[in-house]
Design a binder for this molecule. Structure first.
Ligand SMILES: *Cc1c(COP(=O)(O)O)cnc(C)c1O
Length: 485
């Protein structure tokens, strides 16, 4: 990391008359009305005037203030921040895809429809479910769509029901999605293994419960090994099982939610399948369902008849549209290209190495960092700051210090059932060398916590900005540069 203390605002570099381009003198008669028809913006007062060197350096430096997976290890738990092959971006960026208008006729877009259908079929195979909608734009959006399908199913049977059961280890979006869909959320307690307590579930499961929403593997990285028994309990009372499949990176190619009696789930293409999560671009959260929920899927549904693909809008039981047009086509392309490149064995290896890497980290650090739940974990593991707290050092201090080691911190203070949580998901794309770098830094930080806790409490020391007042930043954000003066 370059130790630049402060990059000025581009307005502060500006000096009047400076320009990035210099053209030769005009040697033909000037015509001033060429742009008469074009609505031109008036001059902007105070617009920065800088040279090409200045503008290039300014934005290059700004870009280096950010951390990215192309730079290093990014162990943000539950986010699957893995390296995504550039070839998939390249394919999604091809003119033949980016230049297609979403209103182009079916006749002209047969190839695109076919690709979407192939992806639907592959996701159906990977999840073990019967039908897929590619429409939702994110994980949480997929959850909402799935909840709407469940509601439509119960309404069709005469009564939407009242409650959705959600374990205390669930991802935070789960209760929101159920709530937005009009359900009341009831929490199910975790047992000492960090999985769903069957006794608690049995107690809460009534004929007023529309569904159980379960993240599997859950946010502790622990596989719900009783999932079939859990599903039987829910089904016995007419409820449905929703699986949050955002963590499919741990399961793909090894086991299938459909075989675990799950009725509906979403996947995050922008985690597992080659689009970065939180990259500022669009995501995609397809929903996969069992046959019983298929009639309710969002319109349009892609169908094929005599070798021709078309959008079917004539679906009387459909919940309607959940997204403009057909979803995020370019994200689907990246996923398709990734899945086809890996093939079934490759997908399985992806999940196996993700699990192996996480367990390597866990075993390498479990003598120094506290594990509240010591159950076998899959793709991620959740430590806490309990041992370092003895020296007054918190998970925040540890995370901030990691920045000084040139590493991205893990997810912090989540899941809520682990106090002072440090949730680490290394993913399969990290080499042994990169994992060891992280392990080395975590060991050094533990030593620092004992010997020099003040050093950690003031970290980070070598970043562009030091420890921020996060409360102040949230309560009084300064979003305009003028206000700073
Ligand atoms: C990331 C994640 C989500 C939400 O996905 P978004 O695309 O960010 O809305 C839901 N559940 C789990 C378990 C996740 O990890």
């Amino acid at each position: 990391m370059i130790n630049v203390i402060r990059e000025p605002l581009i307005f502060e570099i500006s000096s009047p008359g400076k320009t990035a381009i210099k053209l030769p003198e005009l040697d033909v008669p000037e015509k001033s009305d060429l742009l008469a028809e074009v609505p031109l913006r008036a001059d902007i007062e105070g617009f920065p005037e800088v040279s090409e060197t200045e503008v290039t350096r300014h934005f290059t430096r700004l870009s280096q203030m950010n951390y990215c997976v192309d730079f290093g290890f990014y162990p943000l738990g539950s986010c699957t921040m893995k390296y995504n092959p550039k070839i998939n971006e390249k394919i999604a960026g091809m003119d033949c895809y980016t230049n297609v208008h979403p209103l182009a006729s079916e006749k002209l877009t047969q190839g695109n429809l076919e690709l979407m259908k192939i992806l639907e079929n592959l996701l159906g195979e990977i999840t073990g479910l019967d039908a897929v909608s590619l429409q939702p734009a994110a994980g949480a959006h997929g959850e909402l769509t799935g909840m709407m399908l469940i509601r439509a199913h119960h309404l069709n049977n005469g009564h939407p029901r009242k409650y959705v059961l959600i374990p205390d280890s669930a991802h935070g979006t789960n209760p929101s999605s159920a709530h937005i869909c009009g359900y009341q959320v009831k929490e199910i307690k975790s047992n000492e293994r960090g999985t769903i307590s069957l006794e608690d579930l049995e107690k809460e499961m009534t004929e007023e419960v529309a569904a159980l929403m379960v993240t599997n593997p859950n946010t502790l990285g622990v596989f719900e090994s009783d999932i079939c028994q859990i599903a039987d309990l829910v089904h016995a009372k007419g409820g449905l099982v929703y699986m949050d499949g955002a963590n499919l990176n741990a399961l793909a190619g090894i086991t299938r939610p459909g075989d675990m009696k799950v009725d509906v789930m979403h996947l995050n293409l922008h985690k597992t399948f080659s689009t970065p999560h939180g990259g500022g671009g669009p995501g995609s959260g397809p929903v996969a369902v069992k046959k019983i929920l298929e009639p309710y899927l969002p319109v349009p549904v892609i169908e094929e008849k005599e070798g021709k693909y078309f959008f079917n809008y004539n679906r009387p039981k459909s919940i309607g549209k959940v997204k403009s047009f057909y979803g995020q086509f370019l994200v689907m392309l990246k996923a398709l290209s990734y899945i086809l490149a890996l093939g079934p064995e490759g997908l399985r290896e992806m999940a196996e190495v993700a699990v192996l890497n996480s367990n390597y980290l866990r075993r390498s650090l479990d003598s120094l960092y506290h594990l509240k739940y010591d159950s076998p974990t899959l793709h991620e593991c959740v430590f806490s700051d309990k041992y370092q707290q003895e020296f007054g050092v918190s998970n925040l201090d540890i995370s901030k210090r990691l920045l000084d080691y040139g590493l991205h911190p893990p997810t912090m203070s989540f899941p809520l059932i682990v106090h002072g949580a440090l949730m680490i998901e290394p993913t399969e794309t990290e080499s042994r060398r990169d994992l060891d770098l992280f392990i080395g830094a975590m060991k050094a930080i533990d030593r620092e916590a004992r010997e020099n806790p003040e050093l950690l409490k003031a970290a980070p020391h070598i970043t562009y900005v030091r420890r921020l007042d996060e409360v102040q930043a949230a309560r009084h954000p300064v979003l305009r540069w003028e206000e700073k003066k």
